[in-house]
Ligand binder design. Sequence first.
Ligand code: HGY
Ligand code: MN
Ligand code: MN
Length: 395
Amino acid sequence: MSQMAKIGGLSGGGVERLTLSKEDKEARDLLMIWMRELGLKVSVDQVGNMYGEWGNSKNAAPVYLGSHLDTVGNGGEYDGSLGVLAGLEAIQTCIENNIELSKPIGLINFTNEEGVRFTPDMMGSLALKGGIGVEKVMKIKSVDKQFIFGEELEKIGYKGTRKLSEFKATAYLELHIEQGPVLESEQLEIGVVEMVQGISWNEIYLTGQSNHAGTTPMHLRKDAGYVAASIIQYARQLTHEIGDRQVATVGMVEVEPNLINVVPGRVRLTVDLRNTDDLQLMEAEKKLIDFAKKIAAVEGVEIEINSLVRFQPVPFDDSLIALVEGSAKEMGYSYKRMPSGAGHDAQMMAAICPSTMIFIPSKNGISHSVKEYSSPEDIEKGANVLLGTAIRLAE
Ligand code: HGY
Ligand code: MN
Ligand code: MN
């Protein structure tokens, strides 16, 4: 973990390896070396997902372990990396101990799980399940409109030839940090993940009228900044109105011209809504969009709303969940069944084969931050449950 964390390591701690960046390439290259040293059959598919497989796949499709090596900006060293490296270690343990497996076992490093440089997130696994075509992926523009996905993938040398359509899997397991406060606050060691909540990402463009901050009477303003602030306030209010597990985040706000004495003429903001209940999520989306349109109309500001991501809640496979629970119990770890608040590649893999996840605690529940931390002891317990469950599945 620490060697991988040096790639894209930030001086004050934490890691930044945005997808298809040179840091992402370096991390991929290191993983490729480790997989080859282990004697795995390595391959890269058309959207850059990396595979390492062990065992002959004549009689059955592999049991795959995996996650992602790309991170958010100012990210942590555990989100994604844990699942890839613990997966590699589990395979190494099977090989070195000559564990008899009737099915092959494999590792996957998915392209662009985070979706912060190119949306949507979980892009590599979404493409693998056929949720987005390869051609369309290649043409996707970066969030800052400066880059084209296919060109960047080519530049780092990971535009592979393995056909997505030929992919087969017996099962998929992903070890991941919880990225929330539940396990730590309840002093539990393992999260037995039952589902991933629904995710809705929208970008909103507001076009008003830049004007002088001093001379423009309030009733004549078309203040895009005021409308944006109203939407941000409403997003929070919405979570109280809907209640239960509804969450809302306005993560990006770009104001133009962003000057102290100029009424904002244009704003781009993003809204991330999530809920385990899809009906509530749809209600939240409708309320937010209706509110935004109304407040913009009152202020005389034009509004354009684009959906960037809309994933339904995804339940994981009951028999795999029971296997994870059985492994945790057998190893004497305290655990609880729980949903995932974050999106993961496993939610896409669930459309291809029986899939599930294993969580370990996040210190202070922090993630997507340089302060992200999980202890070596918790990592070991998670890796043990991953190994135990993988062997059960591949035996
Ligand atoms: O946004 C998410 O939940 C994931 O980290 N991409
Ligand atoms: Mn992740
Ligand atoms: Mn993440």
